[in-house]
Write a protein that binds this ligand. Structure first.
Ligand SMILES: NC(=O)c1ccc[n+]([C@@H]2O[C@H](COP(=O)([O-])OP(=O)(O)OC[C@H]3O[C@@H](n4cnc5c(N)ncnc54)[C@H](O)[C@@H]3O)[C@@H](O)[C@H]2O)c1
Length: 255
């Protein structure tokens, strides 16, 4: 059986942990050369070490995806390393507890928390698209996946700016998909449910049984289960798929 991404190159933001790391490993397993970008340089290097141990090819890049110059530098470095950019997984993100907004309803969020959430979880994706798409247009095409969330499809209490950012990200995804379809650039979103990562560690410690009980499949998900959808969306097997937002959530949004 041939690998799904043989000969392709991929960029993963937030590739140092969780879903991004699992996706970087899956990209490499499927034959892609991978640029692993993360705010935490050591975490990105650790992902690269795992890829190399498994016989794949990868480089690590560091930078903050909320900063235009740093996003441009990340994209430029990925293209300089591998000559082209076939796949991009715009995945870096944070949860409400990472902007001091854990457990807060809409009116209790501070302006600073709201602004930071929108910068990291929404503006960053626009910046990535801004610098990735011209590279893909120039080379004749490419595939982009943005990490939204079930919070991009439905409301979630205590997560107002997170929900707003993820809904906005799906709007960005659909619009870019329409604008660049004729350039053979596909843009999609993946919408994870509750996935076992560093981001959700505390929440799962406190109420995994409740979350699993609300999920039709009766459990939380693993990062590798999101990575499979991302790899497929970036592959030529998804050649007619663009502007879509796929839930990978154990059935959470079916209820
Ligand atoms: N874990 C879940 O249940 C879940 C559910 C739905 C959506 N998501 C989304 O999945 C994505 C990945 O989350 P995860 O659970 O793997 O979390 P994680 O904390 O394990 O990984 C996120 C990574 O993004 C990086 N990052 C954060 N801010 C950054 C910045 N400004 N610049 C560069 N890198 C930055 C972090 O350093 C980290 O390595 C996020 O967008 C998150 O919103 C997660």
């Amino acid at each position: 059986m041939t690998s799904m991404l043989e000969g392709k190159t991929a960029l993963v933001t937030g590739g140092g942990n969780g879903i991004g790391r699992a996706a970087a490993l899956a990209f490499a397993r499927e034959g892609a050369r991978v640029a692993v970008a993360d705010y935490e340089a050591e975490a990105a290097s650790a992902t690269v070490a795992l890829i190399n141990q498994a016989g794949g090819q990868a480089i690590s890049l560091s930078g903050d995806v909320t900063d235009a110059a740093q996003v441009k530098a990340i994209v430029d470095a990925a293209v300089a390393a591998y000559g082209r950019l076939d796949c991009a997984f715009n995945n870096a993100g944070i949860a409400p507890h990472q902007v001091d907004a854990a457990g807060l309803f809409t009116t209790d969020w501070s302006e600073a928390s709201f602004d930071r959430m929108i910068a990291v979880n929404l503006k960053s994706v626009w910046l990535c698209l801004k610098y990735e798409i011209p590279v893909m247009q120039a080379q004749g095409g490419g595939a982009i996946v943005n990490t939204a969330s079930i919070a991009g499809l439905i409301g979630l209490k205590n997560a107002t700016a997170y929900v707003a950012a993820k809904h906005g990200m799906i709007g960005l995804t659909k619009t870019a998909a329409m604008e660049y379809a004729e350039d053979n650039v596909r843009v999609n979103a993946v919408c994870p449910g509750f996935i076992r990562t560093r981001m959700t560690a505390k929440t799962l410690e406190q109420r995994e049984d409740q979350i699993a009980g609300r999920t039709p499949m009766g459990r939380v998900g693993n990062p590798e289960e999101i990575a499979e959808m991302v790899v497929w969306l970036c592959s030529d097997r998804a050649s007619y798929v663009t502007g879509a937002a796929y839930a990978v959530d154990g059935g959470w949004t079916a209820m």
